[in-house]
Structures are given as structure tokens and as C-alpha cells.
Write a protein that binds this ligand. Structure first.
Ligand code: GDP
Length: 479
């Protein structure tokens, strides 16, 4: 039960330095980012002339965590969760479609598989779950929110095209997530296919095939003819076996939202991946800032299972509103608790969006910080080619905020940088980030005449790194 000095200072509406000073007087040496224990926190709070009361707004959340902690059954083997990544046009969608079409057991007679954001297949070597949203943005978005979903990354490389920029990015993502890679060398049916070249190119990325003395399985496949797909599934199962994946399958379910939408007839719909416990029809749950009771569960075949265990994706009906992809969910005792926690989260989320706006160019912040003023604000306008990237970037960058610097996204959206983007950037002195998009002529004019800081990127980690670098360089602390 600890709290960081920075958090405590924020709660007391004091500067971090003042709390550090008070602690120092008490003989406790702590920096802003260090944690102090509960008793010390109470002492220093009183030392500073405040009354220490455990904030009641934390109570429900605490109760919730206690509940989850108490559920400890025996961990059992669970299926692997797989994400497919790779360069555009190398066959990610085709591969996911082929596996779904041929391997998902159709629950209803002649049933057509539904797109719910994920599906699971049964192979002779066991169950495998696939996240059905190819593209790196969704993956990064999840990771940016702290969700560890993927156990194995399948990197698809077209045998007639070889390693391309997004192939490298996929490898980076897998490494950052600490997930092992299985390579699918696709389009092997083409006469121009050259799997040896692919292996050689991967070698320069330190992804070394087994026949080159490495430990990465590389399977030649065709998502068109189906050649090698069974071998790929075997390879995934083999990789999963090495990982010894385990989860508790009894008790309250907890997991992550993969996809969500508002359905005209059915209301809020969320596909969740259960990570532990078993989710059942009738359960009460908190899901991000939403709550509800599970009215129905649907799987990828349109069938309505009564429950779903670890690593199994399932669509949930009955939530109060639409949660965000990447939100966690947890089953709780009753509706009152579910509602209370959800509402507190909502309040917290709203508070964190309310910000004083005194935007600055990155360079200006440096100057201002030198003067030792209070918290600085870096306003950002983010435009990207796909919604997933917008979300991923916004979340990751806002999360870099700390006591001394607040990173605030004042405007974000899909598409090129337009005149109105540039105008709002000018109005709030924001830095403009273009991710795989450019500014149009009208926007460029405004950007130039207002001296707006405009930066283009194509790799999410570069954006994060650059913003991080600027911020920590200025502050002299790591964030
Ligand atoms: P994605 O952008 O990675 O999702 O790639 P797609 O799955 O959309 O595939 C891009 C193109 O390659 C489409 O025209 C597919 O039909 C084609 N394609 C995918 N896999 C194969 C394959 O194994 N063999 C051949 N010949 N074409 C393929």
C-alpha cells in the first residue's frame, strides 16, 4: 500500500518539491517519483497541515481489486492468442480469412462465421485464438494501454516481395511486446516466390530461421490455395507449448475489450477476450467506464455459448454503454459495485481531460521549464491514416504526462492535416503530428505563417520516442 510523492502532492494540491521538503524534515529522503508507504504518507500529510483521510473515491476500486485478488484457483494450460502482422498486401487478411473459413467450427447448420474481432479454431494440437484485426495500430493501441494480449506474433512476408518497412515494424512490435515470432512466408504458389531470399533478408533483422541455425519457425504457405496452413497452425501450437501458457479458469472472469460498437438493435456490443476465470451469462461486470449484466454471449459462429474461459473471445451484450478497445473488464459481485466503480472511473477520466491550456512549441517548453515554473502543457494535434493509430498515439502520448509536464491532445482524427486542424493548432499553440498523412496546401500556409511546429512520422514508436526525448531532456527526469 504505497503512493508516489508526485501523486500525494497532486492530491494535496501542492508542488512535489514541497512534499519532498517536508519528508526531508521528517528524515525521509525521497524523490518525486519514489513511493512512500501509507504511514509515512499520513504523517507527511499531517505535517503539511492536512487531515489524512483515505479518499472515499478510491474505496470501490479497492474493493474491486480485493475481490479479484481473492480469486486464486489453480492455473491450467490455456490456448495461445495470436496476432497476425506484416507489410500491406502481404496477405494478412487473406490468411485470417482462410483460417476462419476452413477451420472455425460452424455452430449453426450452414452457419456463416461472423466478424466479431477475434475467433478461435480447434486443431489436432489444440485450440488457437486469433485476433482478427490485422494492422499494427490496433496492437499498439492495446499495448499503449497496458494490455498484454498477444502470446505469439505471426509475421506474414510475401515470398515474391520480401522484407519491407512494415515487416520490420512488425518485428519491432513483437519484440517490444516480448512475444515470440512465427514467420509465414506467404504466396508460395506464385512462380516469382523466393522463400530463400525472405529468410536471408530476415537474417539481417536478426530473425533467424531454424535451418539457418536460429530458433524462429518459418513456414511456407499460400493463403490462396491453403498450402502449408496446417503446418503453420502446428508451428503456432509448438511455439505456444514452449511458452507454457497458463491461466486460472475458475472463478470471476477478467480480460480485455478487443472491439466494440453500438448496434442498432442490440445496443452496446463488445468483443472481449477472457484472460482468466470464466465469463458467464448473467454475470455483472465493469468494463472500462461502463458496467452491466451479461444478457447474452455470442461466439464467432453466431452461436450463444453459456460461458467463455481463458483465451476465448466472445461478444458481450448488456453493457450500459460502448467501452473502448483495450479497456479491461472484470466480473463483480453485484450491480451496485459495478455501477459505483464504473462511475468513479468516469469521473476520473473526465478530470484527466480537463486541462488548463497554455500550449507551447516543444522548444518553448524548454525555455519555460528553465524558469522553473509550474506544470507545463504540451498541446498536440494528431492526424493519422487510420483510427487505430489516432487512438494509439493519443493514449500513448497523454500517458507520458507527469507532474511537471502535461501532454494534452486537443484535436485528433483520421485524414490529412487540414486548414481547420492548422487553425486550432495555431489557436492553442499546439504541435501538429502527422502520422502517415500530410498537410494540404491551405494548412501548410497557416502552419508556416504561424510558425507552428509540424512533424511527420510513420512509426508509432518514433513519435513516442521523440516526444519522450524532448520532455525528459527538458525536465531532467525520466518519464
Ligand atoms: P494484407 O494487406 O496483408 O491484409 O493483404 P491481403 O490479404 O489483402 O492480400 C493482398 C493481395 O494478395 C490480395 O489480392 C490477395 O488476394 C493476394 N494474396 C494473398 N495471399 C496470397 C497467396 O498466398 N497467393 C497469391 N497468389 N495471392 C495472395
Amino acid at each position: 500500500d504505497t503512493v508516489t510523492v508526485a501523486d500525494l502532492a497532486q492530491k494535496l494540491a501542492l508542488k512535489g518539491g514541497e512534499v519532498v521538503k517536508a519528508l526531508f524534515k521528517m528524515g525521509v529522503m525521497a524523490t518525486i517519483n519514489q513511493s512512500i508507504d501509507h504511514d509515512t504518507a499520513v504523517l507527511v500529510t499531517e505535517e503539511l497541515g492536512h487531515k489524512a483521510v483515505r479518499a472515499s473515491s478510491d474505496d470501490a476500486e479497492d474493493a474491486l481489486l480485493a475481490l479479484v485478488d481473492n480469486d486464486q484457483g489453480e492455473a491450467q494450460a490455456r490456448p495461445p492468442v495470436v496476432t497476425i502482422m506484416g507489410h500491406v498486401d502481404h496477405g494478412k487478411t487473406s490468411l485470417l480469412d482462410y483460417i476462419r473459413r476452413t477451420k472455425v467450427a460452424n455452430g449453426e447448420a450452414g452457419g456463416i462465421t461472423q466478424h466479431i474481432g477475434a475467433y478461435h479454431v480447434e486443431t489436432p494440437k489444440g485450440v488457437i485464438s486469433f485476433l482478427d484485426t490485422p494492422g499494427h495500430a490496433a496492437f499498439t493501441s492495446m499495448r499503449a494501454r497496458g494490455a498484454k494480449l498477444t502470446d505469439v506474433v505471426v509475421v506474414v512476408v510475401a515470398a515474391d516481395d520480401g522484407v519491407m518497412p512494415q515487416t520490420k515494424e512488425a518485428i519491432q512490435h513483437a519484440r517490444a511486446a516480448n512475444a515470440p515470432i512465427v514467420v509465414a512466408i506467404n504466396k508460395i504458389d506464385k512462380s516469382s516466390a523466393d522463400p530463400m531470399r525472405v529468410k536471408n533478408e530476415l537474417l539481417s533483422e536478426q530473425v533467424v530461421a531454424e535451418d539457418f541455425g536460429g530458433d524462429v519457425q518459418m513456414i511456407e504457405i499460400s493463403a490462396k490455395t491453403g498450402q502449408g496452413i496446417d503446418d503453420l497452425l502446428d508451428a503456432i501450437s509448438l511455439q505456444a507449448e514452449v511458452l507454457e501458457l497458463k491461466a486460472v479458469s475458475e472463478g470471476r472472469a477478467a480480460g480485455v475489450v478487443i472491439e466494440s460498437s453500438l448496434d442498432k438493435g442490440r445496443g452496446p456490443v463488445a468483443t472481449v477476450l477472457v484472460q482468466s476465470g470464466t465469463l458467464k451469462k448473467g454475470d455483472y461486470l465493469v468494463c472500462g467506464v461502463q458496467y452491466g449484466r451479461v444478457r447474452a454471449l455470442f461466439d464467432e459462429t453466431g452461436a450463444q455459448p453459456d460461458q467463455a474461459g481463458p483465451s476465448i473471445p466472445v461478444q458481450v451484450l448488456g453493457l450500459s454503454g460502448v467501452p473502448d478497445a483495450g479497456d479491461d473488464f472484470v466480473v463483480v459481485e453485484d450491480e451496485r459495485l459495478a455501477k459505483e466503480v464504473a462511475q468513479q472511473r468516469e469521473v476520473k477520466r473526465r478530470e484527466s481531460r480537463l486541462v488548463a491550456s497554455a500550449g507551447s512549441r516543444m522548444e518553448d517548453i524548454m525555455a519555460q521549464l528553465g524558469k522553473g515554473e509550474g506544470q507545463q502543457v504540451l498541446n498536440l494535434v494528431i492526424k493519422a491514416d487510420v483510427q487505430g493509430s489516432v487512438q494509439a498515439l493519443s493514449q500513448a502520448l497523454v500517458a507520458l504526462s507527469n507532474e511537471e509536464i502535461r501532454i494534452d491532445v486537443i484535436r485528433a482524427g483520421v485524414g490529412g492535416i487540414t486548414e481547420s486542424d492548422a487553425n486550432s493548432a495555431a489557436a492553442s499553440k499546439a504541435t501538429v503530428i502527422g502520422f502517415n498523412v500530410r498537410a494540404d496546401a491551405a494548412a501548410r500556409k497557416i502552419i508556416e505563417s504561424n510558425g507552428i511546429d509540424l512533424r511527420y512520422f510513420s512509426i508509432i514508436y518514433d513519435v513516442i520516442d521523440q516526444v519522450k526525448q524532448v520532455a525528459s531532456g527538458l525536465l531532467g527526469v525520466e518519464i
